[in-house]
Design a protein around this ligand. Structure first.
Ligand code: NDP
Length: 332
């Protein structure tokens, strides 16, 4: 493992993306997202994603000079055509307008299309919580997850993220794949030679296995059986037909399998608890959090990341990952 400062992580991401053809705005937005993931201990969405970002720029699938512009469809609905670029720049430009609309009308939605999402979802919902809004988002991927009872991939790993504002404190945030394990985590386990829990996925023979290499050749399973499967299906609909984008299996039909993210859609919802729930919203919610935190063995989701965030020191980065990035972008 190598030890890198957060600035070195940012510079490595930024320089390599620029070398592969991204302009300053796109490289800076993605490098910021990647650095924040490393800072927060979301290793599967930090530098680990850079080779995929670089491959999809080099193959021409993703537009590294995308110029996404949000438009107001109705007072409470925003739409952003991603211009075939990565999601972070489109989100950076759209989320402030989404927050303003929700603060005015109580509820607002943003749809992002023609975009490539290869990151964690918590940055966008946390950004809404910073405006004292409840945030929800989901995004589809390409088919790697079998529905409950099946052994053929049809759903993406389809994450959902939720943030609840806590004025003066870090928000409550959960952000999770609807697969039993995010694909990036399975890839890291395969790279590092670790097994994964039974129930994570099936091998190519359709049998349960703890071997991540076999699961990567087979299919992932949804978390929680038919319940997670239903939520994964909901994400397909919300990030597909609801926003005017493709379903995961449709996405796969046009993806060039270059190792980078496929084109897909994203749905974001922002709600003002102040407008819907009234003055007592925060005090009442804090009553729940206080009870939860008082229980032995219970922690609030998001707390691990927010604790790690307080340490601005170096982060450990896998040597073979650094070598792969430098092979793809030799001057970075
Ligand atoms: P995890 O299972 O690691 O964590 C899911 C959530 O549960 C987190 O909010 C986490 O908070 C919380 N949590 C974990 N353990 C506990 C606990 N003991 N008590 C309370 N809360 C807990 O995440 P996944 O592996 O499912 O997903 C990882 C990432 O992958 C997500 O950020 C997701 O957005 C991303 N992803 C992106 C995709 C894309 O296409 N762009 C596709 C699929 C996934 P905490 O962070 O504080 O630990």
């Amino acid at each position: 493992m190598a030890s890198l400062t957060l600035d070195e992580i940012y510079q490595l991401a930024y320089q390599s993306l620029c070398q592969a053809g991204a302009d300053d705005a796109n490289a800076s937005a993605v490098a910021t997202t990647v650095t924040h993931a490393e800072r927060d201990g979301s290793a599967s969405h930090g530098l680990f994603r850079i080779p995929g970002y670089l491959k999809s720029l080099l193959s021409g699938k993703v537009n590294g000079k995308a110029d996404p512009q949000p438009e107001q469809v109705t007072p409470a609905i925003l739409r952003c055509h991603g211009d075939h670029g990565y999601a972070p720049l489109a989100l950076q430009r759209s989320v402030p307008a989404l927050a303003e609309a929700a603060k005015t009308y109580g509820i607002a939605a943003l749809t992002l299309t023609h975009s490539h999402h290869f990151a964690a979802l918590w940055p966008e919902v946390e950004a809404l919580a910073e405006h004292d809004l409840m945030g929800f988002s989901c995004v589809s991927y390409k088919p790697v997850v079998a529905p409950a009872g099946g052994n053929e991939a049809i759903f993406g790993t389809n994450p959902i993220a939720f943030a609840w504002p806590r004025p003066g404190r870090s928000p409550l945030v959960y952000d999770m794949a609807t697969a039993a394990m995010a694909q990036g985590e399975v890839q890291i386990a395969a790279r590092d030679g670790h097994s994964v829990p039974l129930g994570t996925g099936l091998g190519p023979d359709g049998e349960l296995t703890t071997d991540p290499q076999e699961i990567l050749k087979g299919v992932l399973l949804p978390f929680g059986g038919h319940k997670g499967s239903a939520i994964a299906m909901m994400v397909e609909l919300m990030a597909g037909p609801l926003v005017g984008e493709s379903l995961s299996f449709e996405t796969a039909e046009r993806d060039n399998v270059d190792g980078g993210p496929p084109q897909g859609g994203q749905f974001l919802l922002a709600v003002s608890p102040q407008i819907l729930g009234g003055e007592n919203w925060s005090q009442q919610a804090e009553g729940l959090f206080t009870r939860l935190e008082a229980m032995e063995g219970v922690r609030l989701p998001g707390q691990r990341r927010h604790n790690l965030r307080e340490n601005q020191g170096n982060r450990e980065v896998n040597d073979s990952l650094l070598a792969e990035i430098r092979q793809l972008a030799p001057q970075a």
